[in-house]
Design a protein around this ligand. Sequence first.
Ligand SMILES: Nc1ncnc2c1ncn2[C@@H]1O[C@@H]2COP(=O)(O)O[C@H]2[C@H]1O
Length: 897
Amino acid sequence: MGCTPSMLLDHKNRRRDSTGSQEAALAKVAPTTLCNKAVQAARAPRASLESDGFSIQLSSKKDSYVSQMGNNFATQLHIKRISGSSSGSPGARAGRRSSLALTPEDEPLVDVTNRSPPPANIPTALIYSPPEPLELLCVFPERTSRVCAAACSAVERAGGEARSLRCARETLDALRRDNDTRVPHVIVVDARQPQQLDALLLARAIRGTKNTQHVYLIAIVKKSAYLKDEFGVLAYLEAGFNRVMVETVNTTAWCAEVLQARSSAACSRAQIAATAALAAAADRCRDLVAITDDQQRILLTNKSWCRMLGWRLEEGPRPIHEAAGGEALRLATTGARDWEAPVTLRRRAAPDPIMLPCRGATIGLTKTTSHIVFVCEPSAGEGDRGRGSLHSIRRGSLDVRSVASDGLRRTSLAKLQGLPLEAPITKVISLLSAATEGAPPSTVACIERAVDMLRTSELYSPQMRDETKLRVEDPIATDLIGALLSREQVNQNLVYMQGNANVLSSRRSSNDSTVVRSQTNRTNIKHKTTGQLRELLDTALSWDFEIFRLEDLTRGRPLAHLGLALMGGRFDVCAALECDERTLLHWLTVIETNYHAVNTYHNSTHAADVLQAVAYFLEKDRLKNLLEPVEAAAALISAAAHDIDHPGTSSAFLCNARHPLAILYNDVSVLESHHAALTFKLTLNDDRVNIFKNLDRDTYKTVRHHVIDMILATEMTKHFEHLAKFVNVFYAKSSGSKEDGMHTDEPLSLDTTALSQPENVLLVKRMMIKCADVSNASRPQKFAMEWARRIAEEYFLQTDEEKAKDLPVVMPMFDRATCSIPRSQIGFIDYIIIDMMEAWAAFIDMPELVNHARSNNQHWRELDEAGVTTLADVKRVQRQNAIQAPPTTTAEPTTEE
Ligand SMILES: Nc1ncnc2c1ncn2[C@@H]1O[C@@H]2COP(=O)(O)O[C@H]2[C@H]1O
């Protein structure tokens, strides 16, 4: 709602008569408060209360007790021990100043709700106002008024300036015109002739004009009228006058009057400016601030509050409980002076409330509360910067001990905040927030929406734009895309699974199944190939490379052969890693051995296929010129190993089955973490396999970092995260966005200037392995079809196993009896492949990636229309197309003495 500081002041003014001056209030309240304090201290076991008598006096000195009472008292109160006898402390000496609760721990535990509010305190430095020449404006209808003349000459005598006007219109025009430059300190209005000038109406109009809260308004009345009605002044005060004065032509009296008025006006002007400054500070801080009156009606909120809770600036005062609840609110009603407790805040845009730690204080000139201040600390996820708030949330409302230790906590927080730590997103949010200043409301709304989105921790999590439509139109695609992209699948299934005990490992592998087949101690290693294989490997860098033929020719060992040809040959990984070819072959063999040949899709042929795609991409000019040999080596290593020991079931399956890997990796990136970890485990375990053994520490660290990063990037739940980052960095919009600023279909133009930054090169590498990983859908038709058949078979096997083991079915539509393979492919290409391949194809200049994907999509549509559905149907089509590779002679990489 963001109320103005004047709302606060108005509220304060309304209460002014009941509170009286600050000094008077202090004089009244201090003795009781301090006596209570003394009694409490005397009862407190560790308080070093020594006195048998206290004098309490107003003073500007400060002592430790005073500082315990809060800054407001610090300059005004001082307790002095005046008699010498000791009451309990043998070491106490006469004349020594008593000290109560010297340390926070010594503070007695008292009921916080019994504390009286501290006096309002605007720091004096803030309300300093430089002396200015007095400005007076007289409004007298009669040109020759002697009263007016006396007032004007008094002002001149006091070194000020006076103007006189004759009617309300002239006055208001002058005020509006001079609003920013020459607002008078004092306005004197002739209220003696209501038929000529309606003084009450004019006063109201003046108060309704901008920047006039601090103007001192004097009404001049006739003595007879003044004496006639003892409550007559009330009407003037109600209308906005500060003072009602009996007419006088005595210049000396006027002089005293205008000087007092100027001082009062200057003081209130300074207070308003100070309040505005504090409100501006609140607006610029990241905490959510709200100030209420004693009835908990909100008088002021800052921008963070409005932004996070979805309040609008123009909203009027509302009860705080519309937005907030919890312990903080309860404490606020009990009159606690200063508290810290959790608050629950309701956001208009979100169904779930958020719980934040809240620091609060009640403010008032006397025991009576005038304002309650709530400062809520956004957590890392909710606000711009995390500030260790969990601790305070857990702690709940504070007792006095924790209030005291809070000082220590704040000190360390202050230190933390002094550290040069700032996430880029924080900077972005600050920049955007700054851009709302003075922007038109529609822009502000747009930016605020964007900032709200940026504040979530799930920035790149995919959200299907039209899931319902997709689900209705194509449940198979929904099933597949949902399973690939959604992390929730597991949670939902876990809920569904409750009570379903003891379901263990997947059908074909477990962590323990990892086998490091020892290579023989033969030394001279040669790579033997048949003529056919040699010929085939010569085409290893073409996009229609016959991967399934390689699978046949090598009897299911395509990775070692292709790896040796590409990594050992074309890319000279051995030189980059300073290892020999024999180690590389050992490594390839071990890696290949740890793929499960029994998997229809996730076997070493898939690894070889991804390796081949990465090698193909690396040959493109954009990457050739970008990556260092060691980076290219890391990319090829990642591709070869990226699905090692894949069990043929998804991570969601493993989580649902409570597989040891899911337990080990806490259900997070289970398979990818395992692939990366196992790659290094196998590599480092055996020197004969260790392709990294000759790397220096730093290079090894770099390669390891790249390999892990690329393997983890193949996790499909992060698909949109990686894609969005890549597109955001390397593509610029050619024109303005649509009105809602959220989603456009405009053409994007490639912008590779960002490649100069290493973190952006990382995005390229991630995108490269991702595209390679699912490149099967962008291969020529016969390959795409075979891969589709294989992955469908693997999905069906998973469903079979889930049913057999009474596990939740991750993709219920992938049932071999009913699933339409063409439709699953159409969905996969539409929702996963096309956008990604378009972005990647333009980046590396490889249009065939998109062309193949589109033509495959079309082909699947035709098959769908032709009634092709099941695996048997697809196989029949494959046979008809005679795409299955003919049986061939076999070969394998060998070692020989
Ligand atoms: N042609 C395809 N049809 C359906 N899903 C596929 C296809 N190719 C790859 N995938 C899925 O995309 C995933 C990419 O990561 P994974 O290799 O772990 O597992 C892969 C499959 O689940």
